[in-house]
Design a protein around this ligand. Structure first.
Ligand code: ZN
Length: 70
């Protein structure tokens, strides 16, 4: 795993796509049991991933990168 304090290349790339960041942050939100709504597979009975999931973390990093540019 990469050091969490250093933005990953994926996050840096995402920071160029603010709309994608917004969609990810809107989709990957916790439900009442702190499971990610965006990472589950509805109808299959599979367990959702614990939130925050890696996609949300990457999007959150990208959002912070965007914020520092303003
Ligand atoms: Zn997720």
């Amino acid at each position: 795993m990469r050091d969490a304090t250093e933005p990953s290349p994926v996050a840096a790339q995402l920071a160029r796509m603010p709309q994608v960041v917004e969609v990810l942050l809107a989709a990957h939100v916790p439900d009442a049991r702190s499971r990610c709504r965006g990472c589950g597979l509805p109808g299959t009975g599979s367990a959702h991933l614990a939130w925050p999931c890696s996609l949300w973390l990457v999007a959150d990093t990208a959002r912070r990168l965007l914020a520092t540019r303003h």
